[in-house]
Design a protein around this ligand. Structure first.
Ligand SMILES: CC(C)(COP(=O)(O)OP(=O)(O)OC[C@H]1O[C@@H](n2cnc3c(N)ncnc32)[C@H](O)[C@@H]1OP(=O)(O)O)[C@@H](O)C(=O)NCCC(=O)NCCS
Length: 136
């Protein structure tokens, strides 16, 4: 069995989380080789939910930034490939939403997950825009 809970991002073991990103394939599109930056990504996210097995193995994460009232940006949703399609992602999103129940969850889907989000209740928004940081 597995369960999800809200945690403090800075308290997570960075190497353990990197292992999960690799096991989920999300590592292909995140700066996992820059451990200092990845550590700041974990510490700076103020709404982090993890999924663990009963034995404590990390199998999923939802890493978000929220104002707690209006908007929650869900930056990373990742589930270990061995545990995908068992409801872990859906539960990570549910617990994330409960943490800021008045906030809208906003995200940019990875190409492999474009068909996933409508299945779990999301609506496509055709006027989303992004602007890279000056050093990106
Ligand atoms: C996308 C991801 C987070 C989904 O998590 P998950 O735990 O596998 O998904 P769930 O079990 O909550 O799936 C809910 C439903 O969506 C389906 N589903 C799962 N992944 C899907 C995908 N990539 N595309 C379409 N449907 C998908 C499931 O089969 C399930 O269907 P059901 O309701 O008929 O049973 C996970 O597969 C993953 O980590 N993928 C690789 C990393 C990635 O692309 N992350 C997204 C970054 S934006």
């Amino acid at each position: 069995m597995w369960s999800c809970e809200r945690v403090v991002g800075s308290a997570l073991d960075v190497e353990e989380v990197l292992g999960l990103y690799r096991a989920s394939t999300l590592a292909e599109r995140r700066p996992v080789d820059d451990v200092e930056r990845f550590t700041r990504m974990l510490a700076g996210a103020n709404l982090v939910v993890t999924a663990r097995t009963g034995e404590g193995r990390l199998i999923g994460i939802a890493r978000s930034v929220t104002d707690g009232a209006y908007a929650t940006y869900l930056s990373d949703l990742a589930v270990d490939a061995a545990y995908q399609s068992k409801g872990v992602g859906r539960e990570l999103i549910r617990v994330t939403g409960e943490a800021a129940p008045q906030a809208t969850i906003i995200l940019l889907a990875a190409p492999a997950a474009v068909d996933y989000y409508p299945r779990v209740g999301f609506t496509a928004h055709h006027s989303a825009w992004t602007l890279d940081g000056p050093e990106e």
